[in-house]
Design a protein. Sequence first.
Length: 144
Amino acid sequence: MGLFTVTLPVDHEKVVAAIAEAERQTSGEIRVLVARGKADEPLDAARAQFQRLEMFRTQARNGVLIFLAPASRTFAIIGDTGVHERCGPIFWEEVARAMENRFKAADFTGGLVEGIRRAGGLLAEHFPRRPDDRNELPNAIEEL
């Protein structure tokens, strides 16, 4: 039984394992945040959480936040300046499409895992893992 059994059925172990697997390919950092309440403006909410979590503190400015607000059926994916500069808008569109299809089918774990997998692959193209790479942000699901 996970933390989201009332709000959202998400398999924490699968999501955290997906983050760890994705980050083995890249120096990029991926975090997942699930809001219990509604987020009518998910991009604004994601930006605020990105700042609160200090995701801008990565060495290459390559953090990505996946923000999910199931109560309002909204989500957003945002990244730091390094991701925007190198990956462009197709990054966000591709990841969002893959997640949205799973979320519409009520497969929240699958949607998160697919989004993490795609984000990791795209990050690996632009931010390959370095020999001295270290995990700069925790691999965990945070809940608001």
